[in-house]
Structure formats: C-alpha cells, structure tokens
Design a protein around this ligand. Structure first.
Ligand SMILES: [Zn+2]
Ligand SMILES: [Zn+2]
Length: 210
C-alpha cells in the first residue's frame, strides 16, 4: 500500500468513527444550548414555588446567568418556607434580575444582548430587561404571560420567541418516570407475574436513578 492509499484509508476510517460517535447527527442548536443552560441553572433555585433559570447571551457567548433565589447568604425558601405576600414569594430575586445584577456587579454591558429564560418573564422583570437594553427574550414555557408585558416588549422592539431545549437535556424526565410507573401499575392490574414485575421495576429504577 502506497502513501496515498494509506491516507485515503485513514480518512475513510476517520469518517466511520465520526458517524459511529454520532457527531453528524447530534449537534445541538445555539437555542437548545442556551436554553439547556437555563434549565440547568433552574436546578440551583432555592424557591419551592417555581424554579426558573436565565442566561444572558451576547454574540453567541454566555455573559451571565441567574436563578430565582434569596440574596447571597440569606435564608432559603427550601429551608424556612416561602415568605408569601399577596400570593408572591417576596424572599427571592427573580432569575432574570439575578442575571442582570450579575452584569451590574461585574461591569458587563447588557445593551443589545439576548436572554434565554425557562419561563416567560413577569412584568417587573420585563421592564428591567427592556431598560437594560435586552433585544430578544427566548422562553421555554408560558407562565401567566401578562398582556402588558407583551405590549411593553412589542413597544420597545424586543423580540419574544418560545424555544425549547428538546433533545439537549431531558427536560421531561419526571413525566417519563411517571408514565413508565403508571404502565407498570397497569401491567400489575392485568395480571403480570410478581417476579416479572419486580424485574421490570428494578430496571426502571436503575434508569431513573441515574
Ligand atoms: Zn420562595
Ligand atoms: Zn420576574
């Protein structure tokens, strides 16, 4: 085999390896990537009422992130319960505000930046985002979308778009788990043997524990 043949063989092998590893198929979009980041941040939330994550992005680079929680060093809702006034938890700073304040604290400009939030922003956050120069709001879930917030975003020329992190991370993990266990319960009702059922339960538990 001469040098050219060897090179060709090497290129072919490299292509096969790339296909096997799934590089050609599984590249996630920027939207999925940033929204996945916000879902990860939401897992850091300390409020039991709702977990929200927000990621501020400029030129496809993450410049700040936040989740809803108490002030640094403060009492957490998960430890002492929420501090509820007029049906709102007043202990926490919202994820979007925390991300903006991180920029304020470290002197990072937010003008012309974009934000990825797990839930549609509340009216207060909407106004702060507009005032900070955010030009686009991408959200994964509708959340009491206030008509005045929508109006203000429109007035200010801020783009709002619903995007999901589908395929990037398992955002429906809990629903999948509930579904599998409801199927197992049905199998039991339909008379599946105890031994088989225990084996299936064991396998399901192994999957969902990871
Ligand atoms: Zn709370
Ligand atoms: Zn808010």
């Amino acid at each position: 085999m001469n040098a050219t043949q060897m090179d060709r063989k090497r290129v072919k092998l490299k292509k096969i390896i790339l296909v096997v590893r799934g590089y050609n198929m599984n590249r996630i979009s920027w939207d999925q990537y940033f929204m996945a980041q916000s879902h990860l941040l939401a897992l850091r939330s300390t409020c039991t009422r709702l977990t929200v994550g927000a990621t501020i992005v400029r030129d496809n680079r993450i410049i700040a992130g936040g989740y809803n929680g108490s002030i640094a060093g403060g009492t957490h809702c998960i430890d002492d319960g929420c501090y509820v006034i007029d049906n709102h938890c007043v202990r926490t700073i919202h994820a979007e505000m925390n991300a903006l304040l991180q920029c304020a604290k470290f002197g990072v400009p937010t003008d012309e930046a974009e934000i990825y939030v797990t839930h549609f922003p509340c009216l207060q956050c909407c106004k702060s985002l507009i005032q900070a120069g955010i030009k686009a709001v991408y959200y994964a879930e509708d959340y009491k979308n206030h008509p005045y917030a929508l109006e203000l975003f429109k007035q200010a020329g801020v783009k709002t778009e619903k995007v999901e992190a589908k395929g990037a991370i398992d955002v429906n993990g809990k629903q999948k788990k509930d579904f599998v266990f409801s199927l197992l319960a049905q199998l039991e009702q339909n008379g599946l043997g105890k031994e088989d059922l225990l084996e299936l339960e064991k396998q399901a538990n192994q999957i969902f524990e990871n």
